[in-house]
Design a protein around this ligand. Sequence first.
Ligand code: ATP
Ligand code: MG
Length: 451
Amino acid sequence: MKPQVLVVDDDDANRVTLERILNRAGFDVSHAASGREAMEKFRDRPVDLVLTDLKMPGMSGIDLLKAAKVVDPAIEVVVMTAYGTVETAVEAMKEGAYDFVAKPLKRLELTTVLDKALEKRHLLLENKRLREQLAEVGEGDIIGNSQVMRGLLDEVEQVAPSDATVLLSGESGTGKGRLARAIHQMSARRDRRLVTVNCAAIPESLLESELFGYERGAFTGATGRKEGRFDLARGGTLFLDEITEMKPAIQVRLLRVLQDGEYERVGGTETLQADCRVIAATNRDIEEEVAAGRFRADLYYRLNVVPIRVPSLRERSDDIPLLAQHFLVRFVRKNRKDLAGFTPEAIDALCAWKWPGNVRELENAIERAVVLCRGDRVDVGDLPPQMRDATSGRKALSFEVGTPLKIVEKQMITETLRYCNGDKNLTASLLGITARTLYRREAEWRDEGIG
Ligand SMILES: Nc1ncnc2c1ncn2[C@@H]1O[C@H](COP(=O)(O)OP(=O)(O)OP(=O)(O)O)[C@@H](O)[C@H]1O
Ligand SMILES: [Mg+2]
């Protein structure tokens, strides 16, 4: 398929010339005489490149550039500049134009620039495709748009490409495991293995040989050499989960590898070189463990090169709707359900809950809701009972000094009505007014339009 170029110029003769040149150079050309017309064409039919004049009546080339980038962020735009419009050309570059060509146009220069722009577009599209594939697998992508998470992801992006040891801390279920994977995948070691060792899950007596491997005859039953996790992770990343559960004897050995990069297999004499990036994680207060003498201070310092604290879900409740949606999509697919989303009440209930189990708890709650849901949207009733009750608690209202009483009154009545599920008699009796007063107020608000 030929690459598609959209030529935009208000000068008819120019368009015709350009079309001829570009056709000959192997492009499929469409054209538009104004920015507006260009946008119409652009929406109708996919275009790879836009070649546009800058100065046009109505929508300028820059405006067109911006609009086109909104519709297709991977579009490449080349602008044509006449003598004396260099400043505008610079502005166009700042707005994301690929390049500019000066009028009068030279055939070779033009086709060279367009070929390069096309190359860039293909690269962008290929990257996008890869990203989408990755998202498909769900591996390593971290959902979260709250300010804290964006800050954290910036930090992760910074440290990921280095070989620096990272210490992840945070409550259970906050996503430390997922972040460790993300860091690995953003690093130069991504094509090698990410090897995980859960220090809490492996008995003390086995952890050493698990980590470093053993030689034949190291102990009864060691009938051959076995590689350890440090061997397996060579060239890649070693993720030491629940690091505080590691017993002192092994902490010493780990310290040595981190310090000198050397280790021996259990029962072995050969000194091996470690080559792995280490990421450690804990959901305990590791400094407390150090203070209590359960965790070696020197090892702690070795691990704590880049400390990253993963916030609890309570601290980033802005992320709850986004995460809920993400899990919904996943479980809808898995369970072959036909569900469009959440009711506003369900989202309110999710946001009100304190999530002691963090993202893992949210993930489980959404899976359960998707399985239970009989309607076309997840509703409060589909959520675990404790969450349903969380919103039915009595909400506290607060007002600034000097707030007009009418507004205070309206909000108080509205919230009480909501609390009473719209029962006006109950609302009136809770507020110490008659139901008639309540109706009268509602009529007044309608008339006055108090908001
Ligand atoms: N930001 C996120 N975006 C998408 N999924 C997430 C995110 N954070 C966590 N999850 C998912 O939530 C679940 C819990 O995360 P994870 O296992 O990484 O937590 P953890 O902090 O390692 O917990 P623990 O301390 O109990 O090991 C996983 O299924 C993970 O994929
Ligand atoms: Mg984990």
